[in-house]
Design a binder for this molecule. Sequence first.
Ligand code: ZN
Length: 124
Amino acid sequence: MSTHPNRRPGPCASCGIIVPAQAGTLSRTPHGRWNVHCPDHPPPAASGGQRRDDQPPPAEVRYTGTETECVALVEALKLTPHMQVLQVSDPAPRREEPGRHSVYARVRIDPRLLAAVAREEAQQ
Ligand SMILES: [Zn+2]
């Protein structure tokens, strides 16, 4: 599969860093969307071709608060070990709650973390 430079700036699918236009590469997800990859995290197809189609879809979260709170919560999520923020929506005003916004994020949780959580639950 060939890779393309990103024409528009966007967050790296692996680490979330904003990749300036033309500085990274694009890959197409199985769902037909485009992911941006920083030079440190090339797309799987470019780094050896492991298929990821067998992975379950990522978890999804919604944060609600002021626009700034939404951004702060997403930033906190990006700093969380073993959680990879794949996509984040722009904070959208909530029609039913004036002054409040919601932001949606898709998060890939490391299977090793999930296994550790499952073990803890089993012990309780
Ligand atoms: Zn990256």
